[in-house]
Each structure stands twice: as C-alpha cells, then as structure tokens.
Design a protein around this ligand. Structure first.
Ligand SMILES: Cc1cc2nc3c(=O)[nH]c(=O)nc-3n(C[C@H](O)[C@H](O)[C@H](O)COP(=O)(O)OP(=O)(O)OC[C@H]3O[C@@H](n4cnc5c(N)ncnc54)[C@H](O)[C@@H]3O)c2cc1C
Length: 503
C-alpha cells in the first residue's frame, strides 16, 4: 500500500504591492505553496513605474523615499537583494524663500539634540521662529498623549503651543505634509509626534533619507518578480481576484479565491493585501459579515499626491534634492544626479513632488506644470533659459489613507476572525503611517500569523532603531505602539544597518 503525503499548505496572496510582496518574501523556503495574484501587469502596487510611450523609459508614478528608521523596509530590501539600489542621504537641504540654502544633518551631541546645531544654523527661519519651533518640538516630544482625543487636528495643537503661520509654513508643514501626506489642519497629532520622535529625535541617523538609485518598476517590479519566481512562488500578473470564499463546509474558515476569469484556487491561507477601499468588495458575504472591524474602513479617507516629471535640455537644479518651504512645489529630486537619467545631450531630469495636493485637484495638468515651472524659475535662473523637452504630471488620488485625527481606531489588525484569512496593506493596524515601511510591516505581521497557525511561530517583524540612551529616557512611548508586543525591550534587540552607504 502506498501512502500519499498531503500537499504542503497553500498560501494565496491577493495583491502584489509592498505588503503582498513582503508577505511572499517572508514565506518562501518554508515548504509552503505560495501564490501571488496581482490584477495589474506589474508588481509594486503604488510604488511602481509606467513606461513612457514616447521614449520607452520607466517613469515612477511618483518619487518614493524612506528613512533610516524604516527598519522593516530595509530588512525586506536586504532579504530580496535590492538593498544596494538606494543612496543614503546624510543631510536634508532646505531652500529658503530668499534663495539661501541650508542643511539639516547630525552634528554634535546625542539624540535628541543631534540636529540642534544645524537647525540653529538654518537660513529659512529667523531666530524668533527657531525659538518658537524649539519650544513646540519640546512640548510635542513630551506630550505623550498628543492625538489621543481623536478629534483635534495638529494645526490646532500647534496654535495651542505657541506656533504661528510662519513656523507652520516654513517648518512644521514642509516636514510633516511630505511625511504624512496630509495638511496640518487635517492631520492627526499622534502621527505628527511619531514622525518627529521616531524619525528625527530618537536616533542620530533615523532621519536620513534612503533614495532609490533605480526606477521603482525595476526595484519592486522586475527584480522582485524574478526573485520570487526563482524561489518557487507562483506569481500571476494580470490576474484579478473577484472574491475570497469560505470553505464549503465551514463558513468560519477561508477556503478559496475566485478569479475574475471564473477560475477557483483553493487555499489554506489567504492574505488579502488589496487597497482599503477594495477589500470589503472582495469578501464573500458570509466572510464579510464575520469581519465587523471592516465597517470602520468606510470612514477612512484618501489623500492625493502629485508628481511632476520634467526633462530639460540643460541643468537647472544644482542640488541632488531639496525641500522648498513656502512654495507651490514641496520637493525637487534631481534624477540626473540620483539615477544618472536624462543626461543625454547635457539635459536634466527633475521629479517634483507636491503632497496632500487637494488644492491641485481643480487645476489642469498644464496649469500644475506651469506653476511648478514658475517656482523653478524663481529658485534657479537657469530654469528660465532652459527648454522643457517633455513632462508628465501624475496625480494619484488615492495615494495614501488620510492621516486624520482618530485614524488609528479605523485600522483593522492583520489577523481576522475567519480562520486562515489575514489582511495586509499600509492601511491595516501597524502603528505606522501609510508608507512603504507600514506596508512591509503589515506583510510581515500577516506572514507571522500564518506561521503561528502552522505551529511554527517566528518573529519576522524587525525592531525599531535603538534609541540613544538619553532620547529613550526622555521620549519613549512604547506602550501605545502596536509592535511593542513584539519588542519586549529595546536593549534586547540589535539593529543591523542596511546596504545604503552612509557618506
Ligand atoms: C504618489 C505616491 C507617493 C508616495 N510616496 C511615498 C514615499 O515617498 N515614501 C513611502 O514610504 N511611501 C510613499 N507612498 C506610499 C506607498 O507607496 C504605499 O504606502 C505602499 O506602496 C502601499 O503598499 P500596499 O501593498 O499596502 O498597497 P498597494 O501598493 O496599493 O498594493 C495593492 C495591490 O493590490 C492589487 N489589487 C487590487 N485589487 C486586486 C484584486 N482584486 N486582485 C488582485 N490584485 C489586486 C493592486 O493592483 C496593487 O498592486 C506613496 C504613494 C503614492 C501613491
């Protein structure tokens, strides 16, 4: 008599954005059958590129940057072998309204005071602005309950703590609107605090940017596809899922997914990592009714980002990247310097970002492009003489969930009450804003859940950057963080630096 061994458990991942990719990457080589289903013809989700039909080159939907404090994204990039395709930027350059530039970089002193020296030298703020900002920062850092009422927007918190229009326009806005993709008058104070505390104050290098040196389509598209396929993951592109269905005999357990073409794929586990506004529509009614947490997603809103791509016939911007407080445009990234692109015939390729671009939704693409060009002409005279050879204006209306007050209460956990069904995506409860780091964290948490259910528990979530001793003593607020459950003590965990080279 021959005994047949049952096939290994099958995990079906719905959505090939960073959350789905992180889930897949952490489940390979574990004897599972992993299938990744993505409705578009490419992987990467919101962090992807499109092909310019005239030149055939990859153009990112928008510039994506991360910070050194994004330890799980760094771990993911290391795991899949793309860590060398990022440049670590030790300083953030500010372009003052009067044309002077200054840089924010780590100087003397331990965190949280390591940025103090360069902040005091910054040229876009006057001395009285700096004093106000320093006071506001100290109050924010010490306000461990900021945002807990779930009602007050951060702009109101700032007014209550001595800030004015100047400090909001020249300091708080430029840092936070880009980081959280939300306006100050609609922003959750708890998330604002998290950006400053975890990103800028806890660790000397946490604020440094990691900027891709290759298009997103190459990073999270082609390379990831090859890496996953080489490790046995079945990657199916242009494969939309119509519904996630229960076991025929047991409505409390997930059993299969049905594709838009009618095909059914049986599954022991399903990780649903589609965007938050699609997820409920993918669930069979008997599953949907077991997930009351998803009702709150109806109150989750989206926030737009606009990216403007400009190819000039000559160099216009003398910097690699710059943030421009008080202007229509927010950031300029020089892709000729960062990625060596657009330099044929001596030209320059710039990517401009405008976050939380609600006010641009009524403008035409030409109007947006012209407003950006007007800013560039004021910033650098070369832009007046340069010929604009081509351009793209891309507004992603649903770029991120809106980081409004109380948003934390709307985000469901990765584990659901339905056996075998997990959620992933930057919108799930990770304690992080809608970022690549948040998406990867959610994927790791979903994969952790799968392994737990297989009685092979393993910690996949990486620890935060270790805070400097003084910063930890002054600022720590671990008790409210979702990942605190996985990190019993800062001192027990060691941070491994990523591949980004520090200059
Ligand atoms: C313009 C822009 C700029 C940004 N800038 C930054 C930045 O600088 N730094 C940063 O950290 N983050 C940035 N973000 C946010 C970041 O891109 C996201 O947080 C992250 O990529 C989300 O990943 P995700 O996997 O959660 O979701 P998504 O990337 O949305 O992935 C979901 C996937 O599911 C697929 N899908 C949907 N429905 C189905 C279905 N029925 N069947 C199969 N597949 C389906 C979608 O096609 C998609 O590929 C930016 C986002 C945008 C849009």
């Amino acid at each position: 008599m021959t005994r047949t061994t049952p096939p290994p458990p099958r995990v079906v991942i719905v959505g090939g954005g960073l959350a789905g990719l992180a889930t897949a990457a952490s489940l390979v080589d574990r004897g599972l059958r992993v299938t990744l289903l993505e409705s578009r013809p490419r992987l990467g989700g919101r962090a992807s590129s499109f092909t310019d039909p005239t030149t055939g080159e990859l153009v990112d939907n928008c510039q994506h940057v991360s910070m050194v404090c994004c330890t799980n994204l760094a771990d993911f990039c290391r795991k899949v072998g793309i860590e060398g395709l990022f440049r670590r930027e030790p300083a953030i350059t500010f372009f003052a309204p009067d044309g002077r530039t200054s840089t924010l970089k780590a100087g003397l002193g331990p965190a949280p005071f390591h940025l103090g020296e360069s902040f005091l030298r910054s040229k876009h703020l006057r001395w009285r602005d700096k004093l106000k900002v320093a006071y506001g920062l100290a109050r924010l850092a010490l306000d461990r309950r900021a945002g807990e009422d779930g009602v007050e927007p951060f702009a109101d918190w700032l007014w209550r703590h001595g800030q004015d229009v100047r400090t909001m326009n020249l300091f708080w806005g430029p840092v936070l609107v880009s980081a959280l993709n939300e306006r100050l008058d609609r922003m959750d104070p708890g998330m604002a605090r998290q950006v400053f505390v975890d990103g800028f104050l806890m660790n000397r290098s946490g604020f440094q940017m990691e900027v891709p040196s290759a298009p997103l389509g190459e990073l999270y598209g082609a390379r990831l596809e090859t890496w996953l396929r080489d490790r046995g993951v079945e990657v199916r592109l242009t494969t939309g899922v119509r519904s996630i269905d229960p076991e025929p005999e047991d409505p409390s357990a997930v059993g299969s997914v049905t594709l838009r073409n009618g095909e059914t794929i049986e599954a022991d586990f399903v990780v649903a990592s589609a965007p938050f506004d699609r997820i409920a529509g993918l669930l069979a009614p008997s599953i949907r009714e077991r997930l009351p947490d998803l009702d709150a997603l109806r109150s989750l809103e989206s926030s737009p980002i606009t990216g403007v791509h400009l190819w000039f016939d000559r160099p216009v911007c003398p910097l690699d990247h710059v943030v421009a407080p008080g202007r229509f445009l927010h950031w300029v990234f020089n892709h000729t310097a960062l990625q060596g692109r657009g330099s044929a015939n001596g030209g320059q390729y710039l990517q401009v970002v405008i976050s939380a671009s609600y006010d641009l939704l009524w403008m035409t693409k030409d109007q947006i492009r012209d407003a950006v060009l007007a800013d560039l002409a004021e910033m650098w005279p070369a832009a007046c003489e340069a010929l604009l050879e081509r351009s793209w204006v891309v507004t992603e209306h649903g770029a991120t969930f809106a980081a409004r007050p109380g948003v934390a209460t709307l985000r469901p956990p990765q584990r659901t009450p339905v056996d075998g069904l997990f959620l992933a995506g930057d919108w799930t409860d990770t304690g992080w804003p809608a970022t690549m780091e948040g998406a990867v964290r959610s994927g790791y948490l979903a994969a952790q859940g799968v392994l737990e259910d297989l009685d092979r528990p393993e910690k996949l979530l990486r620890p935060d950057l270790p805070p400097d001793r003084l910063a930890r003593r002054l600022l720590s607020r671990r008790e409210n963080r979702r990942d605190a459950r996985f990190e019993p003590d800062f001192e027990e965990t060691a941070y491994e630096p990523t591949g980004g080279s520090e200059t």
